[in-house]
Ligand binder design. Structure first.
Ligand SMILES: Cc1ncc(COP(=O)(O)O)c(C=O)c1O
Length: 467
């Protein structure tokens, strides 16, 4: 849905477009940076100490990219909120970039994890929980067979390996500006001349990804057909709506074409629901009746306890089974010592059974609608050429008037400085957005008051920007 559809205001972005005065942005940013540092002496001291033992002062490299001079160090988190070491309380719309979409430490998951931790954490043997989780996933996604991994990245990597093996084809197809975790094959983009190469920032690619991957724009049926016609593509790896370059929705008919063309050319369709699970308990797949060959779901599946699942159709399961080789199955490049461990499975059983339920989505989705309405109204009132969009319980504003129809359009609308300002402004007022774009995710614990506070802060920020 676009801004105008939502708020009913007629608004011609070309005629009324307001541009951001960069000088003003810079001085507002300086003010916010100062405020951030002054109000967080304990985080600052911990960051200075951390620099002596952690590379760049953080436990994982991306954590340096938060908009402040250092990340706020966290004291504790619960539900839709967390408190930093300086005592600031935040409304968390980032939710660990979906890992904590359940709300932080949901009591059912915590109870299951506490109980399981006392009864054995990892054994490399199955327990009944693995069956209970697979049965639940069968119901949600209508795929009969399941396997487990520790991360969505791994589940994607294993799915790709299996697709290559059963089709005996070398390549995968990915969409321009997609993100599926740290899967080597997917770190590929098209340059302005339409030539494929390593994505900017890709660290030490093992080979030029153009050797392993065909990349096309999302929503371009013609390009997809031409790419698949080569007959060398084992699988398409797709988020059913792109969520990692801002939200890019599938255009009407695109999924039908994607399914038809992959079948026609003997290519398997892997749907990565790791983020699009926000569309409902069965993800985008059930909400829109998709029919993938393989489906991947990670991050939130265990309430943040590491775990991921990947499922197969009957036909894919049979093709995999026909090639299974007992003697070498432990060195096939699929699995992992801790994959399918008892603790992860207990967390998944409780999270799926008691936390990420239909009842929870019935609360979360209206919260995202409310968030979107508040942002849309502020954008319309300030006449900024931005728009806001939503997928289930996930909503996002983008710095462009029109909804992007592919990764390039979404990427072109990104504005690093503006984004950092919006994030820092929000953080300084107790709101955390998902970093690296402008996304907000609702948990079962997010309240209307939390959402309205975001609306208030967003309005203040944009009014300050336009002067
Ligand atoms: C769609 C999608 N798939 C897979 C992943 C990888 O998840 P993880 O980093 O937990 O392996 C991500 C991470 O952001 C993602 O957005």
């Amino acid at each position: 849905m676009s801004l105008c559809d939502l708020c009913g205001l007629s608004f011609d972005p070309i005629l009324t477009m307001k541009t951001i005065d960069r000088g003003r942005l810079q001085s507002l940013m300086q003010r916010e940076q100062k405020k951030f540092v002054e109000e967080r002496p304990k985080s600052k001291a911990l960051f200075e100490r951390a620099r002596k033992s952690l590379l760049a002062g953080v436990p994982m490299n991306w954590m340096v990219k938060w908009a402040g001079a250092f990340p706020p160090f966290v004291r504790e988190a619960e539900g839709a909120h967390f408190v930093d070491v300086d005592g600031h309380r935040y409304i968390d719309f980032c939710l660990g970039d979906t890992g904590a979409m359940t709300g932080h430490s949901p009591s059912a998951t915590v109870k299951a994890v506490e109980e399981q931790a006392r009864r054995g954490i990892t054994l490399m043997l199955p327990g009944e929980d693995s069956i209970l989780v697979a049965e639940e996933l069968q119901k949600r996604f209508q795929l009969p067979y399941w396997q487990f991994a520790l991360t969505a990245t791994d589940a994607n990597r294993f799915s790709i390996r299996l697709a290559r093996q059963i089709t005996a084809r070398p390549k995968i197809l990915a969409f321009n500006w997609c993100y599926h975790g740290t899967v080597d094959e997917t770190f590929i983009t098209l340059n302005a001349d339409g030539k494929a190469g390593p994505r900017a920032g890709s660290i030490g690619p093992p080979v030029n990804p153009a050797i392993t991957t065909t990349v096309v724009e999302f929503n371009d049926v013609g390009a997809l057909e031409r790419a698949l016609a080569a007959g060398d593509v084992a699988c398409v790896l797709a988020e059913p709506a792109m969520t990692n370059v801002g939200i890019v929705h599938a255009q009407p008919g695109y999924h039908a074409a994607l399914r038809e063309l992959t079948r026609k050319h003997g290519t398997l369709l892997i749907i990565d629901e790791t983020h699009t699970i926000c569309a409902g308990p069965g993800g985008y797949t059930r909400a829109e009746n998709l029919d993938p060959d393989i489906l991947v779901f990670g991050k939130a599946i265990g309430g943040g306890i590491p775990g991921a699942a990947y499922g197969f159709s009957q036909e894919v399961a049979e093709r995999i089974g026909a090639r299974q080789e007992l003697e070498n199955c432990d060195v096939g490049g699929i699995g992992g010592t801790l994959a399918g461990n008892a603790l992860s499975l207990a967390a998944m059983r409780a999270t799926l059974g008691e936390v990420l339920t239909k009842k929870a989505f019935d609360r979360m989705i209206p919260m995202a609608e409310r968030w979107m309405a508040g942002v849309a109204k502020a954008i319309a009132d300030t006449k900024l050429p931005w728009h806001v969009t939503r997928l289930g319980c996930r909503a996002e504003y983008l710095f462009g008037a029109k909804e992007p129809k592919n990764g390039t359009e979404a990427h072109d609308a990104m504005d690093f400085d503006l984004e950092r300002f919006m994030h820092l402004y929000a953080m300084n007022r107790g709101i955390l957005l998902t970093p690296f774009h402008n996304m907000a995710l609702m948990s079962p614990d997010t309240t209307a008051k939390d959402v309205d506070r975001h609306t208030e802060v967003f309005r203040e920020a944009v009014e300050g920007l336009v002067g």
